[in-house]
Write a protein that binds this ligand. Structure first.
Ligand code: UDP
Ligand code: MG
Length: 316
């Protein structure tokens, strides 16, 4: 079984040597223990502006297992990872995706491979705790996972992009034609047999996070919008709520008219305000339903993936 470890790197010159020595040690051990027959590290240089690529070149001469892919410009973590996975779908039996910064525990990789050897297609790396995160990151991340799951997204709690995928998982994944990527959600939605490996997440080995708040926010929005058209439907519901409030205001107006406590002009103003607001929201929501359908269509996702088949017996 040939394993490729895909590592997207953006300005990671400070960590690459250490990452290579740790990953190659794990690969060597797994080969010796017979878990894999061959292991390779594939660095995807995501248009780095520092010495990342020349470092990959020199590492590839020092280590036989190191290979690299240099992207012409910075396309972002998810797209860079995709580039590596596309390559792995052709050249490997399984791929592990991991960040360059050694935050994910490389010792979890052999455990993932063990699951793979037992016939599991997808092994999610899930962090045990968030001790190394700032208060802010921890709470925003947790809110994000909850929100996505609340919106019907099928993602594994506290799983980032550290996972093993079998060849058929990779091939299924790269058959998704969409350009807007939220890989952790896409992989969970495949439905192939999966398992979880828990690990402790360390602080970044060196360098700074390449995910500042602005990138994190846009990643979260991408995740939600690429996974769910439900926010569009909520506009419809909100419109209906507004119209209901308008109806209640009418009832209130009639009651106060009967009681003789009505303030002239107040009810009609209030009712029309809520009613018009509601009608506009409802109209937006209805348009949104169609936009959502168009969105799903243009993604042209594959309709299904077969997990197992029982072929008809040959008659002789
Ligand atoms: N990364 C990338 N392209 C980018 C930003 C990040 O390939 O535009 C890589 C980065 O080199 C690292 C991984 O994505 O290997 C995760 O980034 P980082 O560790 O900075 O994110 P954090 O752990 O802080 O969320
Ligand atoms: Mg990191």
């Amino acid at each position: 079984m040939k394993l490729v470890i895909v590592v997207p790197c953006y300005n990671e010159e400070e960590v690459l040597s250490e990452t290579t020595s740790r990953l190659s040690a794990v690969i060597q051990r797994m080969v010796e223990e017979g878990r894999i027959t061959e292991g390779q590290i594939l660095y995807v240089d995501d248009g780095s502006r520092d010495k990342t690529w020349s470092l990959v070149e020199s590492l590839s001469t020092a280590y036989a297992c190191v290979s690299g892919l240099k992207l012409a410009h910075n396309v972002g973590h998810q797209q860079a990872l995709w580039a590596g996975l596309e390559w792995a779908a052709v050249h490997a039996d399984a791929a592990v995706s991991i960040d360059a910064d050694l935050q994910d525990d490389v010792e979890a990789i052999p455990l993932m491979v063990d699951y793979f050897n037992k016939g599991i297609d997808i092994v999610f790396g899930v962090r045990k705790e968030r001790k190394t995160d700032t208060f802010f990151k921890k709470h925003t991340a947790q809110a994000f996972y909850r929100l996505i799951r609340g919106l019907g997204g099928d993602i594994v709690y506290n799983h980032a992009d550290f996972r093993l995928m079998s060849k058929r998982t990779l091939q299924a994944l790269v058959s998704f034609p969409e350009r807007n990527l939220f890989l952790r959600g896409m992989v969970s939605s495949l439905g192939y047999p999966s398992a979880i490996v828990y690990y402790n997440r360390s602080p970044r080995f060196a360098g700074e996070s390449k995910y500042p708040f602005s990138k994190m926010l846009s990643f979260a929005l991408d995740g939600i919008t690429s996974f769910s058209v439900r926010p569009l439907r909520y506009i419809t519901y909100l419109g209906l709520v507004f119209i209901l409030i308008a109806l209640l205001a009418i009832v209130y107006g009639i009651c106060s008219f009967v009681e003789g406590t009505a303030i002239p002009g107040w009810t009609s103003l209030l009712v029309s305000l809520w009613f018009i607001g509601g009608a506009i929201l409802l109209a937006c929501g209805i348009i949104g339903e169609y936009v959502g359908k168009i969105y799903k269509e243009v993604k042209r996702r594959p309709r299904y993936f077969v997990e197992k088949t029982i072929l008809p017996k040959e008659k002789n």
